[in-house]
Design a protein around this ligand. Structure first.
Ligand SMILES: Cc1cc2nc3c(=O)[nH]c(=O)nc-3n(C[C@H](O)[C@H](O)[C@H](O)COP(=O)(O)O)c2cc1C
Ligand code: SF4
Length: 402
């Protein structure tokens, strides 16, 4: 095995992450209707467990039924807890059987807000509403928002019971907690001033922290910019350029709350998908070169890493690199851009990429081609997986391509 920073352990709090490889959260829309993992979901996570990755970041898990994007979104509850517990135990056993330490397991907690089955929006957004029309009736009340920290706390407590090492209070990709960050035009305690727009996110982070044992890992996936012009975007100026002043203020507050790992992401997959996941091919024509998007990610991550050296930063958006993935990841680590390297689509296409690399049998032909057909499956209301390399999803993609 080559000497690489990628293969080295990283200590965060009381946890040792065995290497720097992170499986990013990848929603499969394939859970049972009660929110527990189905056979398909279990297959995906068992593949992940055998991959030798250091950290597996579970997909978006709704904290309440009305916050689900689809009827098959993951949702851990008291009633289905044993199914999650069985899965985390099997995953740890599978890693041991591979002769590697158990990966760290994080559950991503979410409320889908505008993308819920019935849209629950923070404020009227002229840009998003071109795609999904809503009315004032869809605006969530302050009283409703007041109830959410308790739900995040309850889900965090359940996650620990289910065998996770910690949780992610998700605030990215336009879902509720992130939409509130740009609620400049909302009135009341959750809109307008920075303190109001960040209030619910910080309350949910605090609730999750207080509900878990002190040593549990508190993490967050933060969309540091949705690249939509202010006042309808966060982390941008009026022209839509990246502006990290407010994200910096927010990250400093998150760190003070005890967040230890910050998974950095950018963009809104429903509005500007190329920003969140650079494309190599497919039917969507991105308005910028993929390299520009990758440079934006690296810039934002390095900026955060330099300002907050004690935070473990996870880099995103890397599947585009294909056969160069390992070398590019190593370069990001060596350049101090991030501490952990996150892979999304690559984990669906070629879950063993890291193990194969370590064993000297990495196969470039198996790499994700960054076409985002997996996302198209989700948008078509199907279960999601790699529609290029896995028969089951390739068939579904063909059938739904009308
Ligand atoms: C099918 C699909 C499902 C996704 N599900 C989630 C999710 O549940 N939570 C999340 O934070 N991001 C999700 N993402 C975004 C990925 O985690 C990742 O940030 C993105 O794909 C860019 O990384 P990549 O270039 O390595 O794929 C999803 C992306 C895809 C394509
Ligand atoms: S469908 Fe497969 S190859 Fe295409 S982006 Fe998704 S994971 Fe990669």
């Amino acid at each position: 095995m080559k000497e690489r920073l990628l293969n080295s352990a990283l200590t965060v709090g009381g946890f040792e992450i065995p290497n720097r490889v992170v499986f990013q959260p990848m929603e499969g829309c394939d859970c049972e209707v009660d929110g527990r993992p189905s056979t398909l979901t279990i297959k995906k996570y068992m593949r992940a467990a055998r991959s030798h990755a250091g950290l597996i970041w579970f997909e978006a898990n709704a904290v309440c039924p009305e916050g689900r994007t689809n009827p098959r979104q993951m949702m851990l509850t008291r009633e289905n807890l044993s199914a999650f517990k069985a899965l985390t135990e099997e995953m740890r056993a599978a890693a041991r059987a591979e002769g590697v330490p158990s990966p760290i397991l994080i559950l991503q907690l979410t409320h889908s807000g505008r993308q819920s089955i019935t849209p629950m929006i923070a404020y009227r957004h002229p840009i998003y509403e071109e795609k999904r029309p809503v009315t004032d009736e869809n605006i969530v009340s302050d009283e409703y928002l007041d109830t959410l920290p308790a739900l995040y706390g309850a889900s965090a407590a359940l996650a620990i019971e289910a065998g996770f090492d910690g949780v992610d209070v998700k605030s990215c990709h336009g879902y509720l907690l992130q939409e509130l960050l740009s609620a400049f035009t909302r009135e009341g305690k959750y809109g307008g001033a920075f303190e109001n727009r960040t209030r619910l996110y910080l309350d949910c982070v605090r609730a999750a922290k207080n509900a878990m044992p002190k040593e549990a890992l508190l993490t967050t996936r933060l969309g540091v910019s949705d690249m939509i012009p202010r006042p309808y975007g966060f982390g941008t100026d009026e022209s839509g350029n990246l502006d990290l002043d407010e994200p910096d203020r927010l990250i400093s507050l998150l760190q003070a709350e005890g967040v230890r790992i910050l998974n950095v992401t950018v963009g809104n997959p429903y509005y500007n998908p190329h920003i969140n996941r650079p494309y190599r091919m497919g039917t969507y024509t991105p308005p910028e070169a993929a390299e520009a998007g990758l440079a934006r990610f690296a810039f934002a991550e390095k900026h955060i890493k330099e300002k907050f050296p004690a935070l473990a930063v996870v880099g995103s958006g890397l599947s585009y690199y294909r056969e160069d993935l390992i070398e590019r990841s190593e370069a990001l680590l060596l350049d101090g851009v991030c501490d952990l390297v996150g892979y999304g689509r690559m984990t669906l296409a070629y879950p063993n990429f890291y193990k194969d690399e370590k064993n000297g049998c990495f196969d470039p032909k198996k790499c994700c081609v960054a076409c985002s057909k997996c996302t198209a499956l989700m948008r078509r209301g199907r279960v999601s997986g790699c529609a290029v390399f896995l028969d089951h999803y390739r068939k579904l993609y063909k059938e739904s391509d009308v």
